[in-house]
Design a protein around this ligand. Structure first.
Ligand code: ADP
Ligand code: MG
Length: 322
């Protein structure tokens, strides 16, 4: 049986990178970070609970990836560069195969973004994964939720709804061919945080949020914090390639209110359109212009003809839904 210290040493301790902002990593009572002089630290925590955020028995490699990806996505939406993270882990047992796959999945993504695991805590208990990420950014350049202004364009990266489609198929609500299910499940289980896009949008975008609970609700957070309203053209939404084969109402509902997309929704002045497109191209991701910020409170959805749609789509809320 592996002890807590065996687990930390074997699966979570890698040779220090000796570069970047980590002055002291795993092994002492605290880690030490030295952000670049004059930079701000961006800090975010996300917890993944078995049975709530992922199914029991989820592939451990994918789980390791996703646990870190959702945290990196928060840094992306602030335009912060990832530097390090901590991992608090409750495990029912110390299964070597599970731990190896989990840490491989997590640390491979960490390496991609040069984000070093610098500490954490390990305890026995129902499977629970809590990560805190640290990023850095120049003061004044964070894409805060409260920065949207009347007249701003609303943009969405990548595509929406395929993760929600996978969930529907896994729950048996919608039948998908096995190839389609595999691709959709990839979106649900292995999201790629839009870190490069967030960085490229520094000084161009104003407000941003990552879409974890559905565009409708997450854009709503920008509107509320910015004291603005918006008009959203549902026919301009970038529908996921697999979702696009579903009936119109399913397409609209999943693109608007499905969760787990981890795309960025951001606003920028119309004068920045060319700059937004250039930033997206440099980050290797498509972006779609889906609406406009205005001063009339609320979020109004219209179709391509401008006809209003009555949406009863609400965003996923952990305490309102079962
Ligand atoms: P303490 O008793 O000070 O809380 P621990 O014995 O819990 O320290 O942890 C020893 C070291 O291992 C610390 O540096 C801690 O940050 C690190 N650590 C513990 N669990 C993990 C983990 N799951 N991933 C990475 N580092 C961890
Ligand atoms: Mg501890």
């Amino acid at each position: 049986m592996l002890s807590e210290f065996d687990v930390i040493a074997r699966y979570f301790t890698r040779p220090p990178r000796q570069t970047g902002c980590v002055a002291l990593g795993i092994g002492d009572d605290c880690a030490l970070l030295s952000p670049a002089p004059g930079f701000q630290l961006a800090i975010s925590t996300d917890m993944l609970v078995e049975g709530r955020h992922f199914f029991a028995g989820t592939d451990p490699g994918k789980l390791g990836h996703k646990s870190l990806a959702v945290n990196l996505s928060d840094l992306a939406s602030m335009a912060a560069r990832p530097i390090a993270f901590t991992l608090a882990l409750a495990l029912p047992d110390t299964n070597p195969g599970w731990l190896q796959a989990f840490s491989d999945g997590m640390l491979a993504l960490a390496e991609t973004y040069d984000c070093e695991l610098i500490g954490g805590d390990t305890t026995k208990g129902p499977l629970n994964i809590c990560i805190t990420v640290f990023g850095e950014l120049p003061p004044g350049q964070a894409l805060q939720r409260d920065r949207a202004q009347t007249g701003d364009d609303i943009w969405v990266s990548g595509s929406l709804g395929d993760a929600r489609l996978a969930l529907a198929a896994m729950r048996g609500e919608i039948a998908l061919a096995s190839d389609a299910l595999r691709c959709a499940a990839e979106r649900l289980e292995r999201p790629m945080p839009r870190v490069a896009l967030g960085l490229a949008l520094r000084g161009i975008a104003r407000a941003a949020i990552d879409i974890s609970d559905g565009l409708f609700g997450d854009l709503g957070h920008i509107l509320e914090r910015s004291n603005q309203g918006a008009r959203l053209d549902v026919d301009a939404l970038p529908i996921g390639p697999l979702l696009s084969r579903q009936p119109r109402d399913v397409r609209r509902a999943f693109a608007l209110a499905g969760g787990d997309d981890y795309e960025l929704c951001f606003t920028a002045a119309p004068a920045e359109r060319a700059a937004v497109l250039a930033a997206a191209a440099s980050a290797g991701i498509e972006v779609a212009r889906v609406g406009t910020i205005d001063s009339q409170p609320g979020l109004r959805t219209v179709d391509a003809d401008g006809a209003p749609l009555l949406m009863n789509a609400v965003s996923f809320d952990h305490f309102l839904s079962t």
